[in-house]
Design a protein around this ligand. Structure first.
Ligand SMILES: Nc1ncnc2c1ncn2[C@@H]1O[C@H](COP(=O)(O)OP(=O)(O)OP(=O)(O)O)[C@@H](O)[C@H]1O
Ligand SMILES: [Mg+2]
Length: 297
């Protein structure tokens, strides 16, 4: 049987700008077209299921084409332990006397980068399995996501040094050779993850027309560029379209300034404006309205 790799679309942006809403509407779009879709969140405090409000009746028939998964901290820890724990422990415990359980908790919870690295690897594997046509990836607010994207590249860089360091160490408790081959495997894995992020993932940045959000965009694009990651689409959410009060008119005037900046700076991107809705966007009927805007072209 020939497996199709799933398309992977990652939604990223500052806190509260509408990443999960746009990711959910996108997943709904694919599922409604009869294509098997996985909506997955790597936010430690996920809200995907809440936004889908999947407990309610009246979910469309396409529901069966849609799976929702939220990777919480505990799940990440467990999966990381199963796949990488032993390897990393072998290397780490050659320097530090530490108990295995404490080590897993330490690496997945505190040591920056490793659990992020794992999430990239996990989504890459999911995309290769052929169970889904689309994977829609909802991420945590920007800080963590940038770490997530930078880890594979950082790891490749650091691992380049590793053999030199190891050959200088007097390792009494373990043999050098297995450690070097473990590092070799990580190097390969990191390179594969980087390749995956560069060539297989569609990045969608969500923003709002406000000062801080627009300022932060520069930094995001700069960092993505530095690693050769390409953003395909920019969603500007919460744009006021109906100005039927002086309050909204004033607010819209203010937004215009930031919208102009966005169009001037990012004219090379596919920019989509999503209006500010007067109600909470929860449940599939509401998400359908966002879907219409996102896929109208
Ligand atoms: N266009 C819109 N009109 C009205 N409300 C919106 C719009 N977009 C998002 N919201 C509301 O804003 C809130 C935040 O949206 P959402 O959870 O999608 O943001 P987020 O970027 O995923 O947040 P977080 O960074 O916390 O994960 C939600 O209550 C959502 O319903
Ligand atoms: Mg969210």
């Amino acid at each position: 049987m020939i497996f199709e790799q799933a398309t992977v679309t990652m939604f990223s942006g500052k806190g509260g700008v509408g990443k999960t809403t746009c990711a959910a509407a996108t997943a709904l779009h694919y599922a409604s077209a009869g294509e098997k879709t996985l909506a997955i969140s790597t936010d430690a405090t996920p809200s995907l299921s809440h936004i889908f409000d999947s407990s309610r009746d009246g979910f469309p028939a396409s529901r069966e084409m849609l799976r929702i998964r939220e990777l919480g901290a505990a799940e990440v820890e467990q999966m990381w332990d199963e796949k990488f724990g032993k390897d990393v422990f072998d290397v780490f415990s050659s320097f530090v006397a530490i108990d295995y359980r404490d080590f897993v908790e330490f690496t997945t919870g505190i040591l920056p980068g490793l659990s992020e690295e794992f999430m990239v690897d996990y989504i890459r594997e999911l995309s290769l399995q052929g169970d889904n046509s689309h994977i829609v990836w909802d991420t945590a607010p920007l800080g963590q996501t940038l770490a997530l994207l930078q880890t594979p590249a950082m790891l490749v860089e650091h691992l380049r040094m590793a053999p030199r360091i190891y050959s200088k160490l007097k390792l009494s408790r373990i043999k050098k050779e297995p450690i070097l081959s473990i590092i070799g495997r990580w190097q390969k894995l990191s390179a594969e993850e980087m390749e995956f992020l560069r060539n297989r993932v569609q990045f969608v940045i969500v923003t709002i027309p406000e000062a801080l959000a627009v300022v932060q965009l520069d930094d995001v694009f700069h960092r993505m560029d530095a690693h050769g990651l390409k953003v395909g689409q920019l969603i500007v959410n919460n744009v006021i379209k109906v100005k039927d009060s002086s309050f909204l008119e004033t607010k819209s005037e203010q937004q215009k300034k930031y919208l102009d900046t966005i169009y001037a700076k990012y004219s090379h991107l596919d920019i989509i404006e999503v209006p500010m809705f007067p109600y909470e966007l929860r449940g599939w009927e509401r998400l359908r309205e966002v879907e219409k805007v996102l896929f109208s072209g």
